[in-house]
Structures are given as structure tokens and as C-alpha cells.
Design a protein around this ligand. Structure first.
Ligand code: FE
Length: 146
């Protein structure tokens, strides 16, 4: 069931058209599967993206995504962060490119990833994370590329 929800979330991202309102930071994806946010703790779930505001075309830079950066998310067998996914969408493009998927082992792995990325033009970076109890959460940042 959770995997199905995860795939649903990815499909939503992949199906976005340019200009759609996916970048509503701090919201969960999936419509009807979303319980009230105040019951779940936004600060424990929204993936925090650390990335430069600008970059040079074709030159690698690093993006870091962490869940529970300010308020730690539980990390037990019963309740933990399952994975983080990163996507990029170039400005004006209808396509969303998967940058990476990172799976975590409960109680041992801390849900934080850093990866090198190189962009060719202005882009939006999307981060998704999946809590095994509270489902999908997203965040995004825009990066100017010159
Ligand atoms: Fe949770």
C-alpha cells in the first residue's frame, strides 16, 4: 500500500506541466490520502533543500536534502523515513528528470543526502520524501543558471 502511494506521488510529479503548482512547499501529495497537516508535524517531514541560488551551466555543485533538520523525525522500525527522491525540471520544459532515489534503513540511516548535480539552464529542484506512516511530502527550490 505504501509503495503504491509512493508511486502515485512520483506519477504526479512526472505528469506535471510547466507552470503547474507543484511547488507548494510543505504540502503532501496525493489529495485524498492526506490527513490534516497539523496532526503530523510539518517541521518533521518537509524535506529541507540546501542548494546554491545560482550555478554555472555544466558545472557540478551539490544539493543536500534533509528530513527533520530542525525537529527530528522519529527513526524507529515502526515510524521512519523510507526514502528521499530528487527531481529537476528545466524552466519552460514539460519534463521532470529524476536525479536520484535514496532508500534508508530504519533506526540506522539518517534521512539526509548530498549529491552532485549539474544543470544546463534555469531549473526547479524538487525533493520528495516518504514517511512510512505520514506519506509523501515535498519541497522545491529554483536555481538560476548562467
Ligand atoms: Fe512521520
Amino acid at each position: 500500500m505504501k509503495r503504491r502511494e509512493a508511486l502515485l506521488g512520483s506519477a504526479i510529479v512526472a505528469g506535471l506541466a510547466a507552470g503547474d503548482s507543484f511547488a507548494a512547499s510543505g504540502k503532501r501529495l496525493g489529495g485524498a490520502i492526506i490527513p490534516p497537516e497539523k496532526e503530523m508535524g510539518i517541521e518533521k517531514h518537509v524535506p529541507i533543500i540546501t542548494a546554491p541560488a545560482s550555478a554555472k551551466a555544466g558545472e557540478p555543485f551539490t544539493i543536500t536534502v534533509e528530513v527533520g533538520k530542525t525537529v527530528p523525525h522519529p527513526n524507529t522500525l515502526e515510524h521512519h523515513i523510507k526514502w528521499i527522491q530528487l527531481y529537476a525540471q528545466y524552466e519552460g520544459s514539460q519534463y521532470v528528470i529524476e536525479l536520484g532515489t535514496f532508500n534508508f534503513g530504519p533506526t540506522v540511516a539518517h534521512p539526509k543526502v548530498t549529491m552532485p548535480v549539474m544543470l544546463q539552464s534555469n531549473a526547479t529542484i524538487y525533493a520528495l520524501e516518504h514517511c512510512n506512516i505520514h506519506g509523501l511530502w515535498d519541497n522545491s527550490v529554483e536555481i538560476k543558471v548562467s
